[in-house]
Design a protein around this ligand. Structure first.
Ligand code: FES
Length: 103
């Protein structure tokens, strides 16, 4: 489930196994996930804040993701790049908030 930070909307999407959260969001036209670089972890426009109950279940960010996250607007403790979140079965039901603006 992807929630807008303003609380105005939520999108529940089905993401095929092996896709990333960003790919699923783009496929479904979720507002706020821009993903200019197409998943290369270089644009920072797929920033999401993972709900705390899910954040600890994700693998640690790679150094490139961690570096990019330092410059995204509205950085939070559970910020991640949606293009680096693999939609494995164990992440079924993950909930994230989409910042009001991206890089
Ligand atoms: Fe560019 Fe995720 S799509 S950083």
């Amino acid at each position: 489930m992807l929630h807008s930070s303003d609380g105005e909307s939520s999108d529940e999407i089905d993401v095929p196994d092996g896709w990333t959260l960003m790919e699923g969001a783009r496929q479904e036209g979720v507002q706020g996930i821009v993903a200019d670089c197409g998943g290369g972890a270089i644009c920072g426009t797929c920033h999401v804040k993972v709900r705390p109950e899910w954040a600890t279940r994700l693998p640690e960010p790679e150094p490139s993701e961690a570096a990019l996250l330092t410059i995204v607007p509205e950085l939070g403790e559970t910020s991640r790049l949606a293009c680096q979140i693999p939609m494995e079965p164990e992440f079924d039901g993950i909930e994230v908030d989409i910042p009001t603006r991206q890089l």
